[in-house]
Design a protein around this ligand. Structure first.
Ligand code: SAH
Length: 213
């Protein structure tokens, strides 16, 4: 697959759709206009890639809906140079958005098949997260902590304690919490021991899986 003017046109349209749905962050809209989402998906979905919808990728997972990616990124509010931990690399699309915003990305995927596929894809495309590991996101990446931001792209039954402890003071975590459906939660760490939580609406994600499932 290639990236053509036709794709570019569809991306501009998608960015306008997201703007109409309330996304105002210029850097995020610019990322949507720039990143060739169709290349993150199987070729069979090429014609649908710029619809504001989630689609299947490998290992029964999904590439998140563009609105959801934009919404989570706006809540995370990353600044250039920020150290960001991402849980659930999946297709790598959200990773690419974070890289477009010039952050340093550390990302974890627990499905080996997806990890291998996306790792090759990043190399081919020249996307350079600081670290991309195959592992369990519930544990985070303690050796790289603290993080200015943590973004979780799978539905977690509760907020993992390890992730809270890896958030810098002043840092922000965006995580969909819930089993059947999820509430988007923004957690801000205000001091060593204090965290402020805000509910930011209902969403649907594939589950964040633990060691036992
Ligand atoms: N941001 C991705 C979302 C993929 S769906 C994209 O838009 O493509 C969520 C991803 O989280 C899946 O790839 C799934 O395998 C992964 N995941 C689920 N539980 C996880 C865990 N405990 N640690 C790391 N990744 C996990």
């Amino acid at each position: 697959m290639r990236d053509t003017l036709k794709h570019k046109g569809k991306r501009n349209q998608l960015a306008r759709t997201l703007e109409a749905k309330g996304i105002r962050h210029q850097g995020v809209l610019e990322a949507i206009r720039t990143i060739p989402r169709h290349l993150f998906m199987d070729s069979g979905f090429e014609d649908h890639a710029y619809q504001d919808k989630a689609f299947p990728i490998a290992a029964e997972q999904t590439i998140s809906q563009p609105y959801t990616v934009a919404f989570q990124t706006v809540l995370l509010d990353p600044k250039p140079g920020d150290k960001i931990l991402e849980i659930g690399t999946g297709s790598g699309y959200q990773t690419a958005v974070l890289l477009h915003l010039k952050t340093r990305v550390f990302t974890i995927e627990r499905q080996l098949e997806l990890f291998k596929k996306t790792n090759l894809f990043f190399k081919k495309m020249g996307y350079r997260p600081k670290k991309f590991i195959f592992g369990d996101g519930y544990k985070g990446m303690p050796e790289e902590a603290p993080f200015d931001g943590i973004i979780v792209t799978a539905g977690a039954p509760e907020i993992p304690k390890a992730l809270l402890s890896q958030l810098a003071i002043g840092g922000r975590m965006v995580i969909p919490v819930g089993v059947e459906s999820q509430t988007m939660v923004l957690v801000q760490r205000t001091s060593e021991k204090e965290f402020e939580k805000q509910d930011c609406g209902a969403f649907r994600f594939v589950p964040m899986l633990g060691d036992k499932n």
